[in-house]
Design a protein around this ligand. Structure first.
Ligand code: SF4
Ligand code: SF4
Length: 77
């Protein structure tokens, strides 16, 4: 899956994600989904569809895991 990094996009740390689904529910563009691959801790980490993120940060603010997810925005990192 190729991510267009000229636009906002989420970077998910699959090791830290606990598959709670809060970010999936919070995303207004529905570009996050629970993945199909178990991580080494036994969770299905969230995945980004690869396009469509608008950088609203809803997912970041709703995520209870401090290091599971960050949003990158062009020119702001
Ligand atoms: S920043 Fe907003 S649009 Fe982008 S993945 Fe997170 S909730 Fe969805
Ligand atoms: S809110 Fe955080 S811990 Fe929950 S599924 Fe999304 S990235 Fe994973």
């Amino acid at each position: 899956m190729e991510i267009d990094k000229s636009k906002p996009y989420p970077e998910i740390n699959s090791l830290e994600c606990k598959s709670c689904g809060r970010c999936v529910a919070a995303c207004p563009k529905q570009v996050l989904q629970i993945g199909k691959v178990l991580n080494v801790r036994g969770y299905y980490s969230v995945e980004y569809s690869g396009s469509g993120c608008i950088g609203c940060n809803n997912c970041f603010y709703t995520c209870p895991e401090p290091h599971a997810l960050v949003i990158h925005k062009p020119g702001k990192n």
